[in-house]
Design a protein around this ligand. Structure first.
Ligand code: UDP
Ligand code: MG
Length: 318
């Protein structure tokens, strides 16, 4: 019997977790498709400040399909997922959110595709749930931009809800960078991919851990860790500004020689100084983004630290 691991990163999910468990265990027990497999529900507590870990412990006591990992503090969803991938025991791993925004019944379809030989079955959002017009269009534009500069396909409207074959999991484990942008890593690793559509649900309980600021940070992370566009942008800007300055110099020279205007305006001077300082700070900032990453990666610190790992006891005959 093949084993499937459902990997759920959790941060302050004490309310959603029991609901998730009920839905999932119900499917494991009763759904004809799900019953063809052995299951592991691997919960990763990403430094929650509420009672998430107690809920996990009680689920672990109650059900021998449950394993859990408790991280020593909040490391972020990316690291929590990485921790889970490192400990997943299944022949394939399904990653999903704890808040039931990813409907579990879609997993049956994913399993079907997996059996047909696809190695990375990703959930494709048909609707993006409740979101402002601005956020939606900015996101789409962002993906278009990213796509222009990388050689492999970057999929928009695709999140972390997906089924990964063991081969993909092994490949992801090899990518040891500590600043992880998993969305990009999935695209980078290749393998036979196919999408399964699903409707994003509303969060069942609790609230989203992502603020706009964090999303912005993630967006920069994607750009910087997967492309060198910002560096190219800095170069282009440099060329543009220098050409502008050169042309302006010619104009001033021309005016001085032919019309004898020698005292340039004070406002022009200030504007140019401010503009150039702005450009310099911007480009230094861009360099800083890369240097910061080099700095962090050279320290080779682990992406996460585990306080406790409780492995599922049940052994399945193959
Ligand atoms: N999450 C996590 N660590 C964090 C933030 C979030 O493990 O630092 C988990 C969270 O518990 C949930 C999933 O990541 O299972 C998605 O988070 P959330 O629902 O807050 O994000 P959204 O659905 O709004 O994108
Ligand atoms: Mg959510």
């Amino acid at each position: 019997m093949k084993k499937v691991t459902i990997l759920v990163p959790c941060h302050n999910e004490e309310e959603s977790l029991p609901l998730l468990y009920n839905t999932v265990s119900n499917l494991m027990d009763n759904d004809p498709k799900w019953r063809e497999y052995a299951w592991e529900l691997l919960l990763v507590d990403d430094g929650s400040s509420d009672k998430t870990i107690e809920v996990m412990k009680s689920l672990y006591e109650k059900d021998d399909r449950v394993s859990y990992i408790e991280l020593s503090r909040n490391f972020g969803k990316e690291s929590a997922m990485f921790a889970g991938l490192n400990y997943a025991q299944g022949d394939c791993v399904v990653i999903m959110d704890a808040d039931l925004q990813h409907p579990p019944h879609v997993i049956s379809e994913m399993l079907q595709k997996w059996e047909e030989g696809y190695e990375d079955v990703y959930g494709k959002r048909v609707t993006r749930g409740k979101e402002s017009w601005m956020k939606k269009h900015l996101t789409l534009f962002y993906y278009k931009l990213l796509q222009k500069f990388v050689r492999y396909e970057m999929l928009p409207n695709v999140g972390d809800f997906r089924l990964l074959d063991k081969k993909c999991v092994e490949a992801l484990k090899e990518m040891k960078e500590s600043e992880r942008y998993t969305k990009g890593l999935f695209c980078f690793m290749g393998f036979k991919k196919i999408g399964v559509e699903f409707e994003t649900q509303e969060r069942v309980a609790g609230q989203s851990s992502w603020s706009t600021g964090q999303l912005f940070k993630l967006a920069i992370e994607g750009m910087v860790s997967f492309t060198t566009i910002p560096l190219k942008f800095a170069t282009m800007l440099g060329i543009l500004v220098s050409s502008g300055a050169f042309i302006y110099m010619m104009v001033v020279l021309f005016k001085t020689i032919f019309f004898g205007e020698v005292v340039p305006g004070y406002p022009t001077l200030i504007i140019i100084i401010l503009f150039l300082s702005g450009v310099q700070l911007l480009t230094v900032g861009i360099l800083g983004e890369y240097i910061g990453r080099i700095y962090i990666e050279t320290k080779k610190r682990p992406a996460y630290i585990i306080r406790e790992y409780k492995k599922q006891e049940k052994e399945y005959e193959n």
